[in-house]
Design a protein around this ligand. Structure first.
Ligand SMILES: [Cu+2]
Length: 157
């Protein structure tokens, strides 16, 4: 089906051009929707770098306080803690997902609603110290429980 594949290839090509000498690809970025008064949420995505690199900072107009966190077992309890940088080994996809690495958006001043889009600016640093900035538009989605697909059969008429 060449007619379907071509527009996708073109989109991918444009994405590479947008971030000059791109070493890092950002895929499937999204931000978890919040409820009113909720002060923090997570941003998730898949990162892949052609060469060894590190994610060194994340910023967004949504809040002045964004950190990269990891989940770690501490006294038999899973806790999250800030990381100075997230390593991206060459060619390996590093996934930020609920329950794992994530970007923590704190001190939210407003609710983050499904359907909105959150601009994220990611700064990566290569081994040579060169920095690359990548901008992504992350759609806001509610956290979908893993059990979700099983519920499809329950609403038959
Ligand atoms: Cu966190």
């Amino acid at each position: 089906m060449p007619s379907l594949i071509r527009p996708l290839a073109l989109a991918a090509a444009l994405l590479v051009v947008a971030s000059a000498h791109a070493q890092v690809t950002v895929k499937d970025a999204w931000v978890r929707a919040t409820v009113p008064q909720q002060k923090a949420t997570g941003a998730f995505m898949q990162l892949q770098s052609a060469q060894d690199a590190r994610l060194v900072s994340v910023s967004t107009p949504l809040t002045a306080s964004a950190e990269v966190h990891e989940m770690a077992l501490q006294d038999n309890v899973m806790r999250m803690r800030p990381m100075p940088a997230l390593d991206l080994p060459a060619g390996k996809t590093v996934e930020l997902r609920p329950g794992g690495y994530h970007v923590m958006l704190m001190d939210l001043k407003q609710q983050v609603k499904e359907g909105e889009t959150v601009p994220l600016t990611l700064v990566f640093e290569g081994k040579d110290g060169k920095r690359q900035t990548v901008q992504v538009q992350a759609p806001v989605r509610p956290l979908r429980p893993e059990a979700m697909p099983m519920q499809h059969g329950e609403h038959k008429h």
